[in-house]
Design a protein. Structure first.
Lengths: 314, 265, 281
């Protein structure tokens, strides 16, 4: 099993290198001159001398390959450069804002899970029952509604009309409710359907029938045996869709003025703050690769078959 | 000999279009006797066995007739009482042992779960009973087996675990649905041996379902021949093989290369 | 239970499905027509600013009222449809072509070229489209043109995979050769063999992708990175309308409803099509 883990972790590296390659290539191709962008963001007059100096500083006059290697080396040290706007290291800016995003993301994820599991389970055990129809409606809305619009709808109803919750910003627990719900809805839509399908498939398995012949109570069969087998595929699906969560934070943070990394990214795009932009994209790539790795490792823990057979499933 | 299980006029049909799956069958299972149920696939053997435990989806099929276990008609029982019958008084052995147990729980967990569902006892007691039962079917290192997951055991071992489970609860009736089909010759012999042992030790009435006539010939005392939902012939095993009455029975014997009178050869 | 289920349920589902297919197609078709005919349908110039009539309620002159700059909301919605639907089709067509080229190339050549291209596609597919678009826009600068190009670059991978799969099965099955031996013309081969294999997944992926494109275009415009004022686009309208959420929430509600209806129709259509073509598990 250890070998499997090592191999899996190792496979991450070539993908990362490829991602950095693409990133460097795109910047190379970009019509935007980073030196110019920096100077305009820092409000310095872009004279020829200063431009040339900056270009040399950024290593823009070097060959593509050299740039690539330098970038890899820098990123390996977690040196993302310095923000054009604030002059502070990108890493510092990230660390400053990441906690807010993490708070929002984990709250949403938690919300999504505690709603999806019962809903998906109930939808699956009685096909075409009330919960099944409910899950279908929620799934449909969640997949079609633009999250920025949902956010404003919720603000309109709860903050403006009913004045129950704050319009935006951060601070108290009540500040996180609406953003978390907005972020969670598309997730709920997805996870509920995933679990439902998984439950339906599991219920067809022979061992469910055999449990009945053994005289086990139906609630135990469904709640213990079926659920336990049906959940892992949903977790895999969850892991594979962390992208939705990330995209969501960008939009939701903007709508609710939530001071997180996503909103900062958008500001950076407007400011043409290249290091921040690069940093975000790189971290996003890291997140995806990392989460798929995490999900695989989680599967290991949940499904004993994989662990004991050293990585082969069924 | 008073029958342990008496099936009277059992009829099963689909509610949607009234198509009969099992038509008006009647038979009895006596204590300590092995009754074989033969027929080609699709004749209704498995449907019958599930019906005895009332495990068919009653929203989709309609089941009528009487199923008398000792003096109680199973058709009249509530779900909760039926549950105690399943496993506790009528045990079931599935065709495919590899998919009989939930893959994410250990064998021990599932054995003890069954035991504790039927009898109030502590975890330790349940574990002891489980180990005892495993030893009865000569499964070595029962401790290791209890800790194992289903995918770690072979088909033959799992089949024996199922028999052990059946033994644990001392049921009156044991239904074995094609217990040998998924196994190799060696394990087939083992399974049949332990089935016979159960019969002999606990006087259990066994309903042995199989499409394999040689298994029936070897094990059964009494045989039921089923075709398209009906029992076309039932007889003592020797009579059936020596003097098959119904043309279908004769055809079955011929197909299996067993001539009438073969037992006397 | 190994007992057959009743028949009636299946028929129910089939007729429901047909209803959905027809309903969505009709709705989207009408919308397309409305978008095309916008210059004639719209009661006013969507860009005409007239502060004297700003923030008015619906009336005969302005069927859906006016926004904060006195522009007719209905006209802006109609022109917004032109942007969303028009570009969705453009993105569909161009990414289809690119995907066709690259997918066929990968499938035909095979070997390491194929492996490389497919790995690349896997990588792109792993990212949600919005992040990639944002990244590209971040590097190349904001603007509608950049957003459209970014979406094109992101969507072709799905079509590439599809065409590659097709080419590979064709290569193996050799039935083009067999058909030629039979004397079938090129056109017949195309119609009988290729189309039935390519049309279903194409339609399904196409409808779903168009829904996504519209979602992304409006999201980018909402963020201020796509269509910029004074452009009429649903996402941009929400961006502008949000400041008036207390007094005139309808400024934000109308465009949102449009976005949702359109995406929902595409989603429903795609799902029904995939069910109809038997592509579901």
């Amino acid at each position: 099993m250890g070998v499997y883990i090592l191999k899996r972790v190792g496979s991450v590296i070539p993908i990362l290198l490829l991602a950095i390659l693409l990133l460097t290539a795109m910047i190379h191709l970009s019509p935007v001159d980073p030196a110019e962008a920096y100077l305009s963001a820092a409000h310095i007059q872009p004279t020829e001398e200063v431009l040339a100096q900056k270009r040399a500083e950024f290593g823009l006059d070097q060959s593509f390959l050299t740039q690539y290697v330098t970038t890899v080396a820098r990123l390996a040290r977690f040196d993302f450069g310095t923000s054009y706007v604030s002059g502070k290291p990108v890493l510092d800016e990230v660390i400053l804002r990441l906690p807010a995003t993490l708070q929002l993301a984990t709250t949403s994820l938690f919300l999504a899970i505690i709603v999806s599991i019962p809903l998906g389970f109930l939808a699956g055990i009685r096909k075409n029952g009330f919960f099944d129809h409910l899950s279908r409606v929620i799934a449909f809305i969640g997949a079609s509604i633009p999250s920025f619009w949902l956010g404003y709808l919720l603000i309109f109803f709860f903050a403006v009309q009913l004045d129950l919750l704050p319009v935006g910003g951060i601070g108290s627990p009540s500040h996180v409710i609406l953003p978390a719900i907005t972020l969670a809805l598309p997730l709920i839509a997805l996870y509920t359907r995933l679990l439902r399908t998984s439950v339906i498939e599991t219920m067809r398995e022979p061992y469910v029938q055999f449990a009945r012949t053994r005289g086990i109570r139906e609630t135990v069969i469904l709640g213990k045996h079926v659920l336990r087998v049906a959940i892992p595929p949903m977790i895999t699906g969850l892991g594979m869709n962390l992208g939705k969560l990330l995209t969501g934070t960008i939009i939701v943070e903007t709508v609710f003025s939530w001071p997180g990394f996503g909103r900062y990214f958008i500001e950076a795009i407007f400011d043409r703050d290249m290091p921040i932009i690069q940093g975000y994209v790189f971290l996003a790539a890291l997140l995806f690769i990392g989460s798929s790795l995490l999900v695989d490792l989680l599967q290991l823990a949940i499904d004993p078959r994989i662990a004991r057979k050293g990585g082969n499933r069924r | 000999m008073k029958p342990v299980l008496s099936v009277e006029h059992l009829t099963i049909e689909t509610i949607a279009d009234g198509q009969p799956l099992v038509q008006n069958i009647s038979f009895q299972l006596a204590a300590g006797q092995i009754t074989g149920l033969v027929g080609e696939s699709g004749c209704g053997k498995t449907v019958t066995s599930l019906a005895l435990l009332r495990l068919l989806d009653e929203k989709v099929i309609r089941q009528s007739g009487r199923i008398l276990l000792d003096a109680t008609d199973l058709m009249t029982l509530s779900d909760r009482t039926l549950r105690r019958v399943r496993g506790g008084q009528i045990a079931f052995i599935m065709q495919n042992p590899m998919s009989a147990f939930t893959p994410v729980f250990t064998i021990g967990h599932q054995l003890m779960e069954t035991i504790r569902t039927h009898d109030q006892c502590s975890k330790r007691e349940a574990k002891e009973r489980a180990i005892e039962a495993l030893l009865e079917v000569n499964l070595e290192q029962p401790d290791r087996i209890l800790k194992a997951y289903p995918f770690e055991l072979s088909g033959g071992m799992l089949q024996r675990v199922m028999i052990a489970l059946a033994v644990c609860l001392r049921p009156h009736v044991l239904i074995a649905d094609e217990p040998t089909t998924a196994l190799d010759v060696y394990n087939q012999k083992l399974v049949l041996y332990y089935l016979e042992k159960v019969r002999a030790t606990y006087d259990t009435a066994i309903l042995l379902i199989s499409h394999d006539l040689s298994v029936i010939a070897e094990m059964a005392d009494h045989v039921l021949v089923m075709r398209e939902g009906e029992i076309v012939e039932q007889a003592d095993v020797f009579d059936l093989f020596d003097r098959p009455q119904h043309p279908y029975t004769r055809r079955l014997l011929e197909q299996h290369g067993l001539q009438a009178g073969g037992m006397n050869a | 239970m190994n007992v057959p289920l009743g028949r009636p349920r299946l028929l129910d589902r089939l007729s429901n499905q047909r209803l959905i297919l027809i309903g969505c197609s009709v709705f989207l078709g009408l919308l397309f027509l409305a978008a095309l005919a916008a210059p004639w349908l719209a009661p006013h110039d969507p860009y005409l600013v007239n502060l004297a009539v700003k923030l008015q309620d619906p009336s005969w002159t302005y069927p859906l009222g006016t926004d904060h700059l006195g522009r007719c909301t209905l006209s802006r919605l109609l022109y917004g449809a032109r942007v969303s639907l028009g570009f969705a089709v453009l993105i569909f067509a161009s990414s289809l072509l690119i995907g066709l080229l690259i997918g066929t190339l990968a499938g035909y050549i095979g070997g390491w070229v194929d492996q490389l291209l497919m790995r690349f596609c896997d990588g792109v597919m792993a990212f949600p489209s919005l992040i990639l678009v944002l990244g590209l826009v971040g590097i190349f600068g904001p603007g509608l043109k950049q957003v459209i190009i970014a979406l094109m670059l992101v969507q072709w991978v799905y079509y590439a995979r599809m065409f590659r799969g097709l080419v590979m099965t064709l290569k193996e099955k050799n039935f083009i050769a067999a058909a030629r031996v039979n004397g079938s013309s090129h056109w017949k081969i195309f119609r009988m063999h290729l189309l039935p294999n390519i049309l279903p997944p194409l339609l399904v992926i196409g409808t779903l992708e168009m829904g996504w494109a519209i979602m992304d275009i409006s999201a980018m415009s909402f963020l201020g990175l796509g269509v910029q004022s004074p452009g009429a686009e649903w996402g941009a309208m929400i961006h502008e309308g949000k400041s008036y959420i207390r007094t005139n929430p309808e400024l934000m509600i109308y465009p949102g409803v449009m976005i949702m209806l359109v995406i929902a129709s595409f989603n429903l259509l795609g799902e029904s099509l995939s069910e109809r073509f038997g592509m579901n598990k």
